[in-house]
Design a protein around this ligand. Structure first.
Ligand code: APR
Length: 236
């Protein structure tokens, strides 16, 4: 990358939260190895056995809210960069944890929803939740129980904020993907949208993902993210 970028889009995946202790999805011992996707991450699975889905997300929410859970240096470096960078910046995350917010990121979009939010099946209104969600959870809009689901995007559902994300991809001059295997569309297609516009694309990951980014930086996110973004802030 020769000149300093003026508009940056960053996409993060489960790999950026791995060193905080949150399991990724497709590692050998990852979430999908222990929980069939169809049962816990599809509308059909929720229809078939809502209790199983409530339990899956309650387990992950309890872990996220536990004392020892905190943002790691990769989250912190992104938040610091956002506030020091004088150009356009947008952080798009596929993650449903709140570690980017807790690290101080503001220009942040959760395209797959949020673990600490629930949604009314009737009104589609979204509410915060910091405890277990199940059939007995009272819905504040319906004033009854049994109408709530996790505000998380399941397979077969449309990701959130796509207009805003596509607008940012159409005007950025640097695209960086961090800790994502590039297995799930539309997020996995963002770098191609950038490449078509001859935007420089960079992938920060622990290992090869087989995607054709212009630049690959391998290593743990807690090392590669601070290094990469600090160097952009260096006077050119
Ligand atoms: N540092 C950097 N990268 C890492 C680290 C780390 N410490 N640990 C793991 N990774 C990388 C892995 O090499 C892998 O490429 O993070 C990626 C995690 O990939 P997945 O488990 O597939 O997670 P993700 O890409 O976020 O999945 C995307 O799929 O199941 C859906 O909705 C779910 O948002 C999720 C989406």
């Amino acid at each position: 990358m020769n000149s300093r970028p003026r508009s940056i889009v960053v996409l993060t995946g489960a790999g950026i939260s791995a060193e905080s202790g949150i399991e990724t999805f497709r590692a050998a011992d990852g979430l999908w190895a222990n929980h069939p996707v169809d049962d816990v991450a599809t509308p059909e699975g929720f229809e078939r056995n809502p209790q199983l889905v409530y339990q899956f997300y309650n387990q992950r929410r309890r872990q996220l809210l536990s004392q020892e859970m905190r943002p790691n240096p990769a989250h912190t470096a992104l938040a610091r960069f956002e506030h020091e960078f004088d150009g356009e910046f947008l952080l798009v995350t596929q993650n449903v944890d709140n570690l980017h917010e807790r690290a101080g990121s503001d220009k942040l979009l959760h395209m797959h929803g949020e673990l600490l939010k629930m949604r009314c099946l009737n009104s589609k209104l979204i509410f915060d939740i910091n405890e277990d969600l199940d059939f007995d959870t009272h819905c504040r809009c319906c004033r009854s129980a049994g109408n709530l689901r996790p505000h998380v995007v399941w397979f077969g559902e449309m990701p959130l904020h796509m207009n805003q994300i596509n607008n940012a991809l159409e005007s950025c001059d640097l695209f960086v993907a961090i800790g994502t295997s590039g297995n799930v569309y539309p997020a996995s297609g963002f770098y191609q949208t950038a490449k078509i516009r001859r935007v420089h694309t960079v992938e920060l990951n622990l290992e090869e993902t087989g995607s054709s980014f212009d630049t690959h930086v391998y290593g743990p996110a807690t090392e590669t993210v601070p290094q990469f973004f600090d160097q952009i802030l260096q006077p050119s």
